[in-house]
Design a binder for this molecule. Structure first.
Ligand code: HEC
Length: 126
């Protein structure tokens, strides 16, 4: 009879250790998830006006190949005449993944920024 009270104590101690291990494992997993996101995804921008925002990026990143007026050059086609030719989804896909001599922007631009670019380009020929 004297040994009996020890059993609940041992049980509670064991439970405590198990919980500690479980919680620290969950914590580690969450941290790993955050690290991955931080490395892969460009930060989400604050976009109030998608067309204006898209124009800003295009003037910075695209005119070197597609010309100042986006009317095309020897190395890249016009992209100021896309409505009716390409859907918004197709433009997003080309800009995200690249195509032929067109570089990919999926690793440097946030998906919201690429959506804004597509909206801006389509607005030029609506
Ligand atoms: C290094 C030069 C270069 C840069 C910079 C560049 N492009 Fe391109 N782009 C090209 C070339 C070359 C093509 C033709 C690709 C092919 O072979 O289909 C193209 C094609 C495209 C197309 C498809 C046009 C069509 O009629 O099929 C779109 C849309 C486009 N680019 C948008 C952009 C946007 C938006 C940016 C800026 C974020 C950009 N490009 C930056 C070279 C470039």
């Amino acid at each position: 009879m004297k040994g009996r009270p020890l059993i609940p104590f041992a049980f509670i101690a064991l439970l405590g250790i198990v919980l500690m291990v479980v919680f620290s494992a969950i914590g580690q997993q969450e941290r790993a998830g955050r690290d991955e996101e931080g490395e892969e995804a460009p930060e989400a921008p604050e976009i109030t006006d998608a067309i204006e925002y898209g124009q800003g990026i295009v003037e910075q990143s695209c005119i070197s190949c597609h010309a100042n007026d986006l009317g095309g050059t020897d190395i890249a086609p016009a992209i100021n005449n896309l409505s009716g030719q390409l859907s918004e989804d197709e433009i997003v896909d080309i800009v995200t993944n690249g195509q032929g001599g067109m570089p990919e922007f999926g690793s440097s631009l946030h998906p919201d920024e690429i959506d804004a670019i597509a909206e801006y380009l389509l607005s030029l020929s609506e």
